[in-house]
Design a protein around this ligand. Sequence first.
Ligand SMILES: *Cc1c(COP(=O)(O)O)cnc(C)c1O
Length: 364
Amino acid sequence: MTDARPRPLPAIAGLAPYRQGKIALDDVAQPLKLSSNESMLGPSPRALEAYRALASDLQLYPDGSQSALRAAIGEVHGIDPDRIVCGNGSDELIQLLIRTYAGPGDDVVLSQYSFAMAFVHSIAQGANAISVAEPGLRPDVDGLLAALTPNTRMVVLASPNNPVGQYLPRDELTRLHAGLPGDVILLLDSAYADYVDAPDYEAGAALVGAHDNVVMTRTFSKLYGLAGLRIGWMYAPRAIIDMVQRIRTPFNGNAAALAAAEAAVRDVDYAAMVRAENNAELARIAKALDLAGIEVIPSSANFYLVRFPAAGRDPEGAAHYLEARGIIPRPVSAGGPEAALRISVGRPHQNDRVIQTLMDYMAS
Ligand SMILES: *Cc1c(COP(=O)(O)O)cnc(C)c1O
């Protein structure tokens, strides 16, 4: 007998456990869960059909080359399928990229409101995860550039960001890229790109196409309504694809996910319908809540951030009030020390319920 016991890497032992948004309420059988930016419209019927058809072939390994899904993404987005890799959610792809390019002592610069797991993956590599504030509630180009050191390997940002929903306009993105040395990767997490129809938005494909150090990640978890299947994709320069492929496990995209995502991305009419409903609802919700004295931060995603300027009203009280009435929001700390609530956009009748409940809270 000795006192010896397994020793985790210190960087990993120092991490806080991940906390998912609330998924259930004690007293409500079927709560309206608006805490995780899931699509209330669900996936395209064609994606469901492809998923069900797969059930008769579950004994087969998936296509490790992911060629059918990559070809479909390439066609729909007008990009080279050879420069696409798919993964178990964009989360896995972000992890693979960080593992490929950042090691002990390297710096990974992360904009404040980017994907929480990018911090975790960086720290797990032994890299320094350097967070740069977003004082204007969207990535701050000057702040990101000021954080660069000779050790910086990667700059990570989400546009639209989360939990705010604001994007970095194209000219600012171009300015950020122009300020980066060629050996620093710009990772654009464009998880919410599918919702944005603003003319000055750039999801990243044009930059990836034109430079050797830009990578864009996308997901089927949000607009495409396939969060439960876990499937996302990365578009990157050939040299980066080549390296990431060396550590990708061959069957990281499961067969059902590959099939459903292929059908989903090809169903452009369904995607357009989801985008149109989401964006019309966002505008309607913002107007109604504004009239009720609630501050809604402008969003280009499938969620919105609310704050409560009125005396005696606050996010915590609002969260309790909503939860007591069967609605689950996500309390977040974005936009200063005072917390806010992030709420997913639902179907029109669900949004009506949120609006009415928040109006009641303001009047209570
Ligand atoms: C939801 C989300 C993702 C998507 O993650 P998946 O692993 O593809 O489900 C990525 N980045 C941000 C900022 C998100 O909010």
